[in-house]
Design a protein around this ligand. Structure first.
Ligand SMILES: [Zn+2]
Length: 138
């Protein structure tokens, strides 16, 4: 039976902290189904000689809140292996958002997003951003 994808000959990093091991990896239906030596072929084969095969990376501090509107792939962080990115750091976020500010996320998102980030979000107290904390009284 052919796998959907077989990645061959890479250095497999399993995410546990162990040293990388050479091997293959098979994927079926979006799930890793074999790691080690994969005998069966794949409908798609990827030669990973000289490459690391790793789990996705989690980036817990990004400023992609505006960018994700015009670049859903969040480049270049996705090119670097990031598969999960947390948004809303450093008071730079569009959600939750007052209805009157929702137009800032439409149209020319790059410029409107930059404007919102610079002018509104930074000055908005946390209670209106949905956090229930107003740092002005601290
Ligand atoms: Zn930050």
């Amino acid at each position: 039976m052919a796998h959907d994808i077989v990645i061959r000959g890479g250095q497999i990093v399993d995410g546990t902290g162990r040293e990388p091991v050479p091997g293959d990896l098979a994927i079926d239906g979006g799930v890793i189904t074999a790691v080690g030596r994969v005998e069966s072929g794949g409908r798609r084969e990827i030669d990973a000689q000289g490459q690391l095969v790793t789990p996705g990376f989690v980036d817990i501090h990004t400023h992609l809140d505006a960018q994700i509107g015009w670049d859903p792939a969040c480049t270049p962080v996705s090119w670097h292996g990031v598969t999960t990115a947390l948004l809303g750091n450093c008071d730079v976020t569009f959600a939750p958002c007052k209805p009157s500010d929702r137009t800032a996320t439409r149209g020319d998102r790059r410029e409107r997003g930059a404007q919102l980030t610079r002018s509104k979000t930074a000055r908005r107290p946390c209670d209106t951003a949905g956090m229930g904390i107003d740092t002005r009284s601290a």
